[in-house]
Design a binder for this molecule. Sequence first.
Ligand code: ATP
Ligand code: MG
Length: 249
Amino acid sequence: MIPKNHPRYNSLILREKIKNAYKLGYLADSGMIAHGRGEAFDYLIGEKTSDNSKIAIEASVAMILLAENPVLSVNGNTTALVIDDIIKLAKEINGKIEINLFYRTKERVDIIANLFKEKGWENILGTNNDELLHINNIESPRSTASKNGIYNADVVLVPLEDGDRAEILVNSRKKVISIDLNPMSRTSKKSTISIIDNVTRVIPSMIEIAKNLKNKDKDYLKEIVNNFSNEDNLKGSLKTIDLVKGKYK
Ligand code: ATP
Ligand code: MG
């Protein structure tokens, strides 16, 4: 048991969730390494949602609400950390959920699909029963996508995505919203909107913003998207790191 007053309580709880997912067999060992890399960057941004990230989150929700076929992509880490919130968000924005694993095995996909089914989300895409196509006919395990899901999506939300896959998605003219704590990762550089923040803070925040923006008209949402510059926002995230570092001088 982790004592609630431990100064690193939240961080330790997340580690437990990641370790548990590994033990249950649906998170690859490299998923634990990815988590560790994320923790390091979370320290650097002060372990909270910056004003800069809030702007990127709002633009993302507006973009998702304007989409025809928005899909939320999930992997082992996302499932371990935010399965309930991903389901809530999918309901709120009327979107689909698709499993997409870097180290795809039949077993991992089955476990994740079952976890979602146990939570009441039956129609999970990207499973072993699904028809998987290759985006732009690229013969790579990084290019697979479910026909009714990411393959035909116009907007895809990708928490903790691999750089190669993010590039394939962007090149196929999809709008790609990434959630990645590292503002310098290839994924963050390639995405249409790069949210530099922890997936555990971003998804709950998206749900709240979606509740509010759902009632706005399309022009209002388009204006939010048009006023957003990902280049400026990424620069802002790098500045956040400088500001946090400055506090330790
Ligand atoms: P690149 O995009 O440059 O190819 P990568 O794919 O090699 O990077 P990985 O370590 O494979 O990087 O991917 C993990 C990424 O996910 C890291 O950039 C890490 O910061 C980020 N990450 C890990 N945990 C979280 C989290 N909880 N929330 C958001 N991002 C996270
Ligand atoms: Mg990579």
